[in-house]
Every structure is written in C-alpha cells, then in structure tokens.
Design a protein around this ligand. Structure first.
Ligand code: GTP
Length: 264
C-alpha cells in the first residue's frame, strides 16, 4: 500500500487494531479483555463492531454496524441465508465507511487505539470486497495492524497449526499490513510449542512427520513458505479469560505501528 505524498494527512494516532481469527478462537472474549484493559490502564480506546449478526456483545461499541444495518431484514429483503445476509450487511455498511473514518478522524487527538471486531466467519471479512474496502480505508488514514487470534489448544496438532498459519499468512499477503499472532487461551495450553515450531524448522518437521497421512515433500515446502512468513510478524501468548499477556500484546501493537509508519 503506497500513499502519495500529497495525501499525507496521515496521523500517528489512533492505531487501528483489526481483530480476526477462526470461528471460536475467542475474538469477542479477547476484545472484551482489551476493552477492560484499556479502561483500567488509562489507554484511550474506541470500539467498532463490524459483526451484524452478533446478538449480545459483552462490551459497549462506540460504532456498531447493527445501528445502521438490520441483518435479519437484509436476509429477508434479499432472500439470503445467514452468511449471505452478513456479507450483504457488510457491503451496505462499507458504502458508508467514509463517515466512520470521519468520526474517528474528528476524535483522533483523544484516542490511542480503535479496536475492531469482525464477523465470526473469518472469510466474510478477509475474502470480501467490503472487507478489503474497510481495511484500505483504515490503512490509508491511520496506522493499521491485524491481530490474528489463534486458538492455542486447538493448534497443538501440527497439521491444524500449519493450516491456521497458512491462513494467517494469506491474510498478511492480501492486506500487506503488520500482523500480530495472538496465541489465545494460554490458561488452557501454553504456546511455547508454537514458538518452538516457528523458530526451529526441524522441530516442526519432526512433529508433522509423525502424521503419516501427509506427504513429506508437500509439508516440507509448505513449512518453508511459513518459515519466511514467521520472519515478518510478532507473536504473543494471551488469555482472554485470565488477562495474561495484555502488556505484551500492546507492546507488539506499538512495534507494529512503528513498522507501519516506516514502511507504508
Ligand atoms: P465467534 O465470533 O462466535 O466465531 O467466536 P469468537 O472467535 O468471538 O470466540 P468467543 O469469544 O465467542 O470464544 C469462543 C469460546 O472460547 C468461548 O467459550 C469462550 O469462553 C472461550 N474462550 C475465549 N477466550 C478464552 C481464553 O483465553 N481461555 C479459555 N479457557 N477460553 C476462552
């Protein structure tokens, strides 16, 4: 993403944190934890909910897609199923996204972070035109970072880990934004195994080769791709439930925002 010199109304703050992750990885619980952390640490946060289908949010959103688009009515009007309804609601909201940017710009001096919750089904945001429009609208105005939430206990299986990392990798290349891997649920399973696999190619090979159903040439090639990917990101272990890792998370976000300011 290149920004022309003439467009430099670019501000250092707030930093936009777009939270994505597989269904059930703990995005909403993590966002709730982030909101609690900002409130108790005098960090000035602003919350944007982009999930039109969520029934109850455990935190208050400053801007909520549900105030503008009625997901159930969109489903009825366009005769759509649940995913089509969410996608169309997001498309409708994206057409007004310049207004959201203006609201945040007006408050920019009073904000440190904008926390963005995305729909439960990850691909509705990451593979849709409206997701791309929203991401680009943010990234051309403010430093923007992707927080990719990983269900750590579910990723202890090396094949699941690899497919999750390949998905994160595709998001990095699609958005070209700094990405922080957020290993969530470390109260259930520590994320050290993941750090080891990310740092030591041979250790990951050894783990994945215990699964005889995978051809070693394919997994070897894929893990080489991932080895390159790991060099481009930061990772932290957190527990959205216990609150572990919040400082480390915000440090990683700050470092990513610096990287953004230097490179984009
Ligand atoms: P969808 O948006 O519905 O796809 O889910 P999500 O990614 O927002 O996940 P959600 O926050 O609903 O959490 C999914 C489940 O994981 C819930 O049962 C949470 O209580 C649980 N969970 C989330 N974070 C943690 C954590 O840090 N530790 C533990 N033990 N459980 C967690």
């Amino acid at each position: 993403l290149k920004i022309a010199e003439s467009d430099i109304t670019f501000k250092r703050k707030p930093v936009i944190i777009i939270v994505v992750g597989m269904a059930g990885s703990g995005k909403t619980t993590f966002l709730h934890r982030l909101v609690c952390h900002t409130l108790s640490s005098n960090i000035r946060g602003y919350v944007l909910n982009l999930d039109p289908a969520v029934t109850t949010l455990p935190f208050g959103a400053n801007i909520d897609i549900r105030d503008t688009v009625r997901y159930k009515e969109v489903m009825k009007e366009y005769n759509l199923g649940p995913n089509g309804g969410i996608l169309t609601s997001l498309n409708l909201f994206a057409t007004k996204f310049d207004e959201v940017i203006s609201v945040i710009e007006r408050r920019a001096d009073q904000l440190d972070y904008v926390l963005v919750d995305t729909p439960g089904q990850i691909e509705i945001f990451t593979w849709s035109a409206s997701g791309a429009i929203i991401t680009e609208a943010f990234a051309s105005t403010f430093p923007t970072v992707i927080a990719y939430v990983v269900d750590t206990p579910r990723s202890a299986n090396p094949v699941t880990f690899m497919s999750n990392m390949l998905y994160a990798c595709s998001i990095l290349y699609k958005t070209r934004l700094p990405l922080v891997l957020v290993f969530n649920k470390v109260d259930v399973a520590k994320h050290e195994f993941a750090l080891e696999w990310m740092e030591d190619f041979e250790a990951f090979q050894a783990a994945i080769e215990t699964d005889s159903s995978y051809t070693s040439t394919l997994t070897r090639s894929l893990s080489l791709v991932l080895d390159e990917f790991y060099k481009n990101l930061k990772s932290v272990g957190v527990s959205a439930v216990s609150g572990t890792g919040m400082e480390a998370f915000f440090s990683a976000i700050e470092a990513s925002a610096e990287e953004y300011m230097e490179n984009y």
